[in-house]
Design a binder for this molecule. Structure first.
Ligand SMILES: N[C@@H](CCC(=O)N[C@@H](CS)C(=O)NCC(=O)O)C(=O)O
Length: 199
């Protein structure tokens, strides 16, 4: 398998964390890609020009991260990260959706911050940061399970790791002690420990 890869993308981190957790990392060749420059190789696989994008061993291109992670769950015989039924399944998928939303808002806020200062930009950043804040507060109320890692916990850890990487000054831990403790514990998982963003 081949993965269009960026070391700073929280969505890519999520995919690699799933691959490591399920013992598949050695089967995936990472192809470092800048999606913002729309390189031809990426466009041929993903018309949206986004990473992550996975080329399967059958040559099928898969995007975006929820689909790629679900595909990886179908490869090999390690314990699944997507619980197959019941409350555990819906909790894991809901946590994945919430953490994907936090990552999307944080990435947008980061990109807006790189543009020249103006009122519209400031409003847009505040709106995205408010979504991040509400997401964190929801997770503080019920952090993902720690015992058996699932797709929800992996995505939440990647979202929190991205906040530490890009918004260290925002100090999300100050008002979320349960979530901070959960993150410290969950971060010992190989797939999270081995995929920390650069720097
Ligand atoms: N929903 C997508 C989001 C992927 C995404 O936004 N990736 C960013 C990097 S963090 C990207 O490739 N951006 C390029 C662009 O928007 O042009 C997923 O879950 O994979």
């Amino acid at each position: 398998m081949k993965l269009f890869y960026s070391a700073t993308s929280p969505f890519v981190r999520k995919v690699v964390a799933c691959a490591i957790t399920r013992g598949l990392d050695s089967r995936i060749e990472r192809m470092t890609t800048d999606p913002h420059s729309s390189p031809g190789g990426l466009l041929a696989a993903n018309p949206l020009s986004k990473v992550p994008c996975l080329l399967t061993e059958d040559g099928v291109a898969l995007y975006d991260s929820p689909l790629i992670c679900e595909y990886l769950d179908s490869v090999g015989d390690a314990p699944p990260l997507f619980p197959d039924h019941g409350a555990a399944r819906w909790q894991a998928l809901r946590n994945q959706a919430l953490a994907d939303g936090i990552m999307e808002a944080a990435v947008l806020a980061r990109m807006e911050s790189a543009r020249p200062e103006e009122a519209a930009r400031t409003t847009a950043i505040a709106r995205q940061k408010a979504a991040v804040q509400r997401g964190i507060e929801a997770l503080e109320g019920s952090p993902p399970p720690v015992g058996t890692p699932d797709i929800g916990g992996i995505t939440v850890a990647c979202a929190l790791g991205y906040l530490d990487f890009r918004f260290a000054g925002d100090k999300w831990r100050d008002h979320t002690p349960r979530l901070a403790h959960w993150f410290e514990t969950f971060s010992r998982l190989d797939g999270i420990a081995q995929t920390a963003p650069p720097g």
